[in-house]
Design a protein around this ligand. Structure first.
Ligand code: 0WD
Ligand code: CA
Length: 377
């Protein structure tokens, strides 16, 4: 369907009607026709091994094994003695994606002319997780974000910068919270095998350095996107459709016992699950519902295409079209702000819930890349 921009000049404006340097996240501004979102195509994949080394292949791909009886998985098992946690103080920025791009330049259609043969035929390069935050921003009331943008040879590279609040939260995590973060990975270990005919090995060591990532190409309105996202596993059926349609996202969530819990699950959790999987075209989520002690008591499959119907009767609920239109307008806004094509110029875009997206360094002043420590005028 055609994309109908809200006004002629591009992104919808913020509270100050004269400002072109801010962007509102108010939902009402994005309630229009669903924008064009082309079916995402997998253009490649890569793997990170147990020491977080990059490989330009799918060696870390895993296969979903459906549990044969009522699960009763103990998600706390192994937390103390069989867990190697990735060092999350290491900020990897876009590095793995950039490695993938360097190794796969030929797969990315370059523009025809000799003069611009270095150009990627892409407007934006980023992580899927960053786009998820954009999709959910009109409904987010707790966590803001900061995104750094650089224009290089016509392509805009978007990478997250940790906010002060996020850094504080990370430092102040309780032991209970730390352990609960492990539960999601443990669920993967109960349901995934390393080989197509293999069995899951819940007795093994769990190492969160390991990852399999898909790289997809798609288009949102007039924005050509290349992004990568971590994929938990795939359907092991040899007749399953090609990637990304064979991929499965695994999630855990607290079991739902009351109507209030069901409503919150629909309004908050399904929004995040939908946004994350819709972006790369992953068609389903397998959810493990766990009790307070971290025991999975039920499994449920959520087809992504059915989530918007599931939530239709929920009053005051989120809408996919608002998510996608906000993301599209945000990307237009970035194109408008990040104009200087220079790898040492970095534009910072900040957002806090209930505020507009702003670029504190817009106008003529821009932040330069951290390693030079320069401020440019
Ligand atoms: O350094 C950074 N600031 C970030 C690095 C932020 C976000 C991601 N990354 C990198 C890591 O290399 C990671 O391997 O991106 C990869 C995952 O990217 P994504 O798919 O774009 O991220 P997202 O959709 O937010 O998360 C997907 C999964 C998560 O699964 P659940 O079911 O919990 O959503 O990736 C894992 C996690 O299992 N994950 C991460 N793994 C390593 N480092 C990170 C992270 N920072 N964030 C999520
Ligand atoms: Ca997952």
């Amino acid at each position: 369907r055609p994309n109908r921009p809200q006004n002629q000049s591009g992104p919808s404006r913020g509270q100050n009607p004269h400002s072109s340097l801010s962007l509102s996240t108010r939902r009402e501004l994005y309630e229009r026709d669903f924008p064009v979102y082309k079916q995402p195509v997998e253009v490649g994949c890569f793997s990170l091994d147990s020491e977080r080394r990059f490989f330009n292949d799918g060696r870390q791909m895993r296969y979903y094994v459906e549990p044969d009886r009522s699960p009763n998985f103990d998600l706390r098992d192994g937390y103390k003695d069989r867990f190697i946690k990735r060092d999350d103080s290491v900020k990897e920025k876009l590095d793995h994606m950039l490695r993938w791009i360097l190794a796969n330049r030929s797969k990315l259609s370059a523009r025809g002319t000799t003069a611009s043969s270095c150009d990627l035929d892409i407007d934006f390069v980023t992580w899927r997780g960053h786009l998820t935050k954009l999709l959910t921003a009109p409904y987010e009331t707790r966590e803001g974000w900061q995104l750094a943008v650089t224009r290089f040879r016509g392509t805009l590279y978007i990478s997250e910068v940790e906010t002060e609040a996020a850094r504080r939260d990370q430092e102040n995590r309780t032991e209970r919270h730390e352990e609960m973060m492990y539960w999601g990975y443990k669920f993967e270990q109960y349901t995934c095998a390393d080989t197509v005919h293999g069995r899951p090995d819940p007795g093994g060591v769990l190492n969160t350095n390991e990852a399999f990532c898909t790289v997809v190409q798609t288009r949102l309105a007039d924005h050509r996107l290349l992004f990568s996202g971590e994929v938990d596993c795939r359907d092991k059926d040899p007749n399953a459709p090609a990637a990304p349609a064979c991929y499965i996202e695994l999630k855990t969530s607290a079991e739902i016992c009351t109507p209030k819990q069901r409503s919150n699950f629909h309004r908050f959790k399904l929004l995040k699950w939908w946004a994350q999987s819709f972006l790369p075209g992953v068609p389903r989520v397998v959810a493990g519902f766990r009790d307070e002690e971290g025991v999975v008591v039920a499994l449920e499959i959520f087809p992504i295409s059915k989530i918007s119907h599931l939530i239709k009767n929920e009053p005051n609920c989120w809408k996919p079209t608002v998510c996608m239109n906000f993301c599209s307008d945000f990307l237009s806004f970035v194109k408008h702000i990040a104009t200087e094509d220079n790898p040492s110029v970095v534009y910072l875009l900040s957002w806090e819930p209930r505020r507009d997206v702003t670029s504190p360094s817009t106008g003529t002043r821009r932040t330069a890349s951290c390693h030079t420590g320069l401020w440019r005028r």
